[in-house]
Design a binder for this molecule. Structure first.
Ligand code: NAD
Ligand code: TYD
Length: 345
């Protein structure tokens, strides 16, 4: 396989590369070539994949290409130069709050970028395309029930609407042009290298500094947390064992309310609950997500390998050892958004 992985300088993509080149239990051998194609937005960080650039310094098995999935020229050039046969698309604008502040980059990258990639894949005869999507395309659950792959798409935020649009384009390219496409829809990830705008690393960073912890609304919104390596397992299984045109849900079967997660982090860091500050709710805030991954279990043999207890411990240990990483990713653009968004809450 000669794979182009887009967005692999971000949180999940970087973890995916380590999983791909590691002992993943799915592939007997690492792929012949992996191209990490990334625009290096505020969320993309070359340091996240430094161990791979060092290990494969001869660039025979792993290469980084600085590029934008919405650029036809850059995408086509890369597919051609490296004779790519497989594409996995992680690249996206991924933060709901930012999409509320300004939807434009979300449409540009998540919708237009996905179409540019798909068209280039057709042109260059790519054999397999995996789109990394999210449970957020299904909207919100009430107290009961789980999302299945046939739950109607009902996105709430500009982010989830852009991901749902991309999913529809991907499926259309399968039906109309016969491209071999597959979609993964996964619940909330946590683990090493997650950018500190998302709940778990944000709360970790603020709790460590003894700052107020912003909890939206009543703190009782529920997410189904999955350790990032289990998501990587799901994506790789979909690539290797999935069906063309298949959509697969992945989750960690670990539903927790936000306030439970925040209190757990405080306990782990020995910090007081008095830091918790309830702030103005996120508009359109989905109440509950929970995934039914029975189809992935049946067709791909997927079962999460990490419990929430084990995963959160590994994550917090990683952040404790990597506080320098946390500081290094807080660029000007990040600080500007944080001060604007939380200043209004
Ligand atoms: P992230 O924001 O940490 O990383 C995104 C990466 O994509 C960055 O490296 C960025 O530089 C790159 N990128 C952005 N725009 C690009 C463009 N136009 N061209 C090329 N590269 C570009 O995101 P993440 O949390 O790692 O999410 C990865 C994927 O997984 C996304 O598609 C997201 O929708 C999906 N997903 C995320 C979660 C989650 O909990 N984080 C859950 C389910 C699905
Ligand atoms: P987030 O990590 O942004 O992921 P998503 O919105 O994709 O689920 O948020 C997870 C949950 O935490 C979500 O219900 C919103 C909530 N949240 C807060 O309460 N405070 C915060 O500062 C952030 C960033 C999120």
């Amino acid at each position: 396989m000669r794979i182009m992985v887009t967005g692999a300088c971000g949180f999940i993509g970087a973890n995916f590369l380590y999983f791909l080149f590691g002992n993943n239990g799915v592939l007997d051998n690492a792929p012949e070539l992996v191209v990490n194609f990334d625009k290096l937005t505020y969320a993309g960080n070359l340091d996240n994949v430094k161990a791979l650039s060092d290990k494969f310094a001869d660039k025979k098995q792993y290469v980084f290409v600085h590029g934008d999935i919405a650029s036809k020229e850059q995408v086509e050039q890369t597919l051609k130069d490296y004779q790519i046969d497989t594409v996995i698309n992680f690249a996206a604008e991924s933060h709901v709050d930012r999409s509320i502040d300004d939807p434009t980059p979300f449409i540009q990258t998540n919708v237009l970028g996905t179409q540019v990639l798909l068209s280039a894949c057709l042109k260059f005869g790519i054999k397999r395309f995996v789109q990394v999507s999210t449970d957020e395309v299904y909207g919100s659950l009430g107290k009961d029930g789980l999302f299945t792959e046939t739950t109607p798409l009902d996105p709430s935020s500009p982010y989830s609407a852009s991901k749902a649009s991309a999913d529809l384009l991907v499926l259309a390219f399968g039906r109309t042009y016969g491209l071999d496409v597959r979609i993964t829809r996964c619940s909330n990830n946590y683990g090493p290298y997650q950018f500190p705008e998302k709940l778990i690393p944000l709360i970790f960073r603020k709790a460590l500094a003894g700052e107020k912890l912003p909890v939206y609304g009543d703190g009782l919104n529920v997410r189904d947390w999955i350790y990032v390596e289990d998501h990587c397992l799901g994506v790789l299984l979909t690539l290797v064992k999935g069906k063309a045109g298949g959509v697969y849900n992945f989750g960690g079967s670990a539903e927790r309310s936000n306030i439970e997660v925040v209190k757990l982090i405080l306990k782990e860091l020995n910090q007081p609950e008095s830091l918790i500050t309830y702030v103005k709710d996120r508009p359109g805030h989905d109440r509950r997500y929970a995934m039914d991954w029975a189809l992935a279990h049946k067709e791909l043999g997927y079962t999460p390998r990490w419990t929430f207890e084990k995963g959160i411990k590994a994550t917090l240990d990683w952040y404790k050892k990597n506080t320098a990483w946390l500081e290094s990713v807080e660029s000007g653009a990040y600080l500007e958004f944080m001060s604007k968004w939380y200043g209004e809450r």
